[in-house]
Write a protein that binds this ligand. Structure first.
Ligand SMILES: [Cu+2]
Length: 168
């Protein structure tokens, strides 16, 4: 009986997770400045992401992490309607910089992703803190850990709810 409840919980949790992932009303990223996979000789004053709808000013994050795994974005995220930006300035080593964003769309769903640009000439900027190495493999692995944890948490909650004796 308990196994059945857990199995049902797993299926329901998986359906919820997949359903949330495929809903169509999320904000979507329409452009990035500097453009995705572009090559630039000098760090931009600001990295800007533009979405197809207004973004919630709460909980928006953008980080720019260099090939040295240091944080190169500074200050707070600036949300202005459908545009979200972060200050950058002078960069450091030549190579690929990752723009990681996470915003909340008007329908309350979180939208995140990674874009990149490549610096072609070494800059003289000062990096921020070192960021734990976060290559795309471990990023996608961590997503599945989160999905798995959500499914298990849901199953456990459901199993506990079903075990509770009826009052009448
Ligand atoms: Cu949505």
């Amino acid at each position: 009986m308990r196994f059945k409840a857990v199995a049902l919980g797993l299926l329901t949790g998986a359906a919820l997770v997949l359903g949330a992932g495929s809903a169509s009303a999320h904000a979507s990223l329409t452009s990035v400045d500097p453009a995705d996979q572009s090559e630039i000789a000098q760090g931009p004053d600001e990295v800007q992401l533009t979405f197809n709808e207004a973004i919630s000013p709460n909980f928006a994050t953008i980080t720019v992490v260099g090939p040295d795994n240091n944080l190169w974005s500074t200050g707070d995220v600036l949300v202005d309607g459908s545009t979200v930006g972060i200050k950058v300035g002078d960069l450091g080593p030549v190579g690929e910089y990752k723009i990681a964003y996470r915003v909340t769309s008007a329908d309350g769903h979180v939208v995140d992703g990674i874009r990149t640009f490549t610096l072609t000439q070494e800059g003289s900027g000062t990096p921020g803190k070192s960021v734990v190495a976060d290559d795309s493999d471990s990023a996608s692995t961590s997503v599945w850990w989160i999905v798995g944890a959500a499914v298990v948490a849901f199953a456990v909650a459901l199993a506990v709810a079903l075990r509770r004796p009826k009052k009448d």
